[in-house]
Design a protein around this ligand. Structure first.
Ligand code: SF4
Ligand code: SF4
Length: 352
């Protein structure tokens, strides 16, 4: 297997196992092949002729790309990046799980992760409203376009006050494809073309997966902001009513560890109500279990991780607030139910 770019990192791993104790997948499964160090050993094996059988695929594809290992690796390597690169090599060889094959087929056929043929902007009641030219583009993402349409509508009703528009034919940002090893150029090119047409210099998204992808995988022709960053800068202009609530905040991996957006969502929450931290938070926050294609491919494992994360919430919290629709879905399904809400939903409650 050609893993040239990652061989240096594989050799830099000193097998210390600091990552082993932290990997949320290992916490659930207990298999060495399901922790960071084991995955690195398997990648080394692949470079030496190990055949990518189903156990190898399970090892590499059960990583949520949470980045807890990166944060704590004394050798300074980035295991999720290495794992994504190994997944790319495997996909190039036609080796993938059935769930990955289905997911990619759906996206290539429909432009969204759900193979949903409905109008992506169905949540937008006044279709003539979004201007063609604008300073900001609200990039909605597949989850909020099709599953959490109320959150999409609430987000846009805030952002349009500041001059935002939406893309006329937004496509999946490409994150699920890129994270699982597929090529997403076609979708990135199409989204870029539409962003350019609006003349906007800034793209704002409420999805942590879209955020990482727009920021790190797209050409740097525009500034990318998460909704919490945008709201934190304008919190004094939002005319928020204080609420008698205690909430906690779950750091989405792709907003927190991957992009260091820790304080802005907390600033917005503290402008509204009391914030009580989860047992692990910021760079140490446990993963919800839903990322990296794990929810699609290993549902039980993913929900076990969600339950473990939910156990870290303060018992007296009225809501578990987060800033990623994938975290919301996994934490709700893991038992959090309606207690798990988007930061924008909290802001909407506090708007006069
Ligand atoms: S913490 Fe880093 S160096 Fe240690 S085993 Fe894990 S990946 Fe290797
Ligand atoms: S990114 Fe997270 S799930 Fe993947 S190997 Fe590292 S700690 Fe484990």
């Amino acid at each position: 297997m050609n893993l040239d770019r990652t061989i240096k990192s594989i050799n830099q791993c000193v097998r210390c196992g600091s990552c082993r104790a932290l990997c949320p997948v290992f916490e659930q499964s207990g298999w060495e092949s399901a922790n960071t160090r084991g995955r690195i050993m398997i990648m080394k094996g692949l470079t030496c002729g190990l055949l990518p059988d189903s156990q190898v695929l399970d090892s590499l594809n059960s990583c949520t790309t949470c980045g807890l290992c990166t944060e704590n690796c004394p050798a300074g390597i980035n295991p999720p990046e290495m794992i994504e690169s190994a997944r790319r090599e495997l996909v190039l060889q036609g080796k993938m799980t059935a769930q990955e094959a289905d997911l990619s087929k759906n996206i290539f056929a429909s432009g969204n992760t759900f193979a949903d043929s409905r109008d992506r902007l169905s949540w937008l009641k006044e279709r003539s409203l979004p201007p063609k030219k604008a300073d900001y583009v609200y990039f909605v993402g597949c989850m909020n376009s099709y599953r959490y349409t109320d959150t999409a509508a609430r987000t846009f009703s805030i952002l349009r006050r500041f001059g935002a528009t939406v893309l006329p034919d937004e496509q999946c940002c490409g994150s699920p494809l890129l994270r699982t090893g597929f090529d997403a150029q076609r979708f990135m090119d199409e989204n870029c073309r539409q962003i350019e047409d609006t003349g906007a210099q800034t793209v704002i998204t409420g999805c942590a997966g879209c955020y990482t992808t727009l920021k790190k995988n797209y050409p740097r022709n525009f500034h990318v902001q998460s909704v919490p960053e945008f709201l934190a800068e304008r919190v004094s202009e939002l005319d928020l009513l204080p609420l008698d609530l205690t909430v906690t905040y779950h750091d989405p991996c792709h907003l927190g560890r991957h992009n260091k957006v820790y304080e802005q969502p907390r600033q917005v929450i503290e402008a509204i109500c009391r914030l009580k931290e989860m047992q692990t938070n910021r760079k140490d926050a446990r993963c919800c279990g839903g990322g990296g294609g794990v929810r699609a491919g290993y549902r039980d494992l993913s929900l076990q991780m969600a339950r473990r994360r939910l156990n870290e919430a303060p018992k007296d919290a009225d809501f578990i607030v987060t800033a990623c629709p994938l975290c919301i879905r996994n934490l709700r399904d893991g038992g959090g139910g309606a207690k798990v809400i988007d930061l924008v939903d909290l802001v909407a409650m506090a708007m006069r």
